[in-house]
Ligand binder design. Sequence first.
Ligand SMILES: Cc1ncc(COP(=O)(O)O)c(C=O)c1O
Length: 447
Amino acid sequence: MSRMPTDKLIERDRALLLHPYLPDSVTERVVMTKGSGCQLWDIDGKEYLDATGGLWLAQVGHGRKEIADAAYEQMQRLEYFTSFWEFSNDRAIELADRLVAIAPDSIDRVYFTSGGSEGNEAAIKMARYFHWRKGNPERNWIIARDRAYHGIAYGGGSATGYDLYHDGFGPMLPNVAHVTTPWPYRSELYGGEDPCDFLLNELEETINRIGPDKIAAMIGEPIMGVGGMLIPPDNYWTRVEALLKHHGILLIFDEVVTAYGRTGEWFAAQYFGVNPDIIVTAKGITSGYSPLGAVLMSRDVGDTLGSDGGFPMGYTYNGHPTACAIAMANLDIIENEGLLQRARSTGAILNAKLETLLDLPIVGEVRHVGMMLAVELVSDKATRAPLPMLQPMIPDVIRRETGVIVRDCAHNVVLSPPLIMTEAECDTAVTAIRSVLERTNADGTIR
Ligand SMILES: Cc1ncc(COP(=O)(O)O)c(C=O)c1O
């Protein structure tokens, strides 16, 4: 039971809380009080279907008693102690052991954080520090991509490829270069060239322009989430990996969204068949039951950062025992319920249902890998001109009218549901999206 009546809660929310990215056109507050599976309920008892998995992380769904029990047991035994200096705890060690076992072959060391932004911040510092320890302090450039999202701290935020996240916050981190987004549907980005060839040539030119011996790492989301579930061309990542390796540049995979089953594999690196030097994870590691992130790295990177497992930067909650116990219970569910396979099969079913929207004049492309899905909206299918996303935004109207929660990413409607979503729930989501898209005009207004 909430301690405040509904009216008071909403009044105090307006008075006290800052809401990240609150659009001008949204004046209401939706105060959630309960979740179970893919369902959520607000303070008025209204039911919602969570087709975004919170913020792309509720792999095992809401309200899982097994995870609550694991947290309860752990808190009674040891809720927290530091992992600085010589201290450790059994849960953090067990989780690290399990992560290394399920991660790509290259991975052999683990560094815990409390979330994705912290993880990318650590990864960028690790990449620079790695080269510094190897005697190459001038290797401090980071290559990132346009439309990347690497969180909101200053390092990862500088690698983020949107002005929106930089304007007013500058100056950002120096020595960060952005290259073109892999987005095959937007062939205009590549001037008629094969997208993969264009992107690799551009990357090689960028490396040569900066100087290979000045570059620490390239950071990239294997599939760009905030960009709009952008899936790179075939062979893009294997070719990027080979080029970077040739120049001694580290590859950082930002798998904050893609790890822990979302693509149908434990890690998207496995889906694309690459072995990054560093993999940043968070979100799905606990399905959101507790803040936690894990930066995974190769033995070479780990050993170079410090002797005997040391590294001179640490977050208070590094290796938090309760968060690690929650992660273990979450990974148990993913394993025991076959959720990697389920992400593949349900993702294919949901994608097929979304493809039925292609009969609408404003739906240009539907794409997916596992349970990451996007419907790209255009004002003209022939020119592929992006649909203006006016306020109220399409997802807001879908939520208000149908209770189905989806998200906009630029001119895409994106879905990243819990991996346990049923076929009936997929139908509900697609029916809700259609009900608004079929009333959306080519100028972005909704009838
Ligand atoms: C790819 C990616 N990296 C990093 C982050 C930042 O993670 P956090 O919000 O946990 O700091 C996000 C968040 O959505 C993300 O999508």
